[in-house]
Design a protein around this ligand. Structure first.
Ligand SMILES: [Zn+2]
Length: 76
């Protein structure tokens, strides 16, 4: 078993539920902690050019399979 197959327990950014995931395989969303939304998105849900500062402070948050599924249904 290789290192990147180890399951980690974390909190889904979207629904705040705790779930187990493999860091190398989990779906993540990049979030700017200052605004709580992705750096290339405005708080109103629009698109914008991400600023270097926003990108630098952004962190990757895991998304659970249920939310990935819901988002997929939402966009298609
Ligand atoms: Zn979720």
């Amino acid at each position: 078993m290789s290192e990147d197959q180890i399951t980690t327990i974390g909190k889904c950014y979207a629904c705040k539920r705790t779930f187990g995931y493999i860091p190398a395989k989990v779906m993540t969303i990049t979030i700017d902690p200052e605004t709580g939304v992705p750096p290339d998105m405005t708080v109103l849900g629009g698109q914008r050019e991400p600023s270097p500062e926003a990108l630098a402070r952004s962190v990757k948050e895991p998304i659970c399979p249920a939310c990935v599924e819901r988002a997929r249904r939402f966009t298609t």
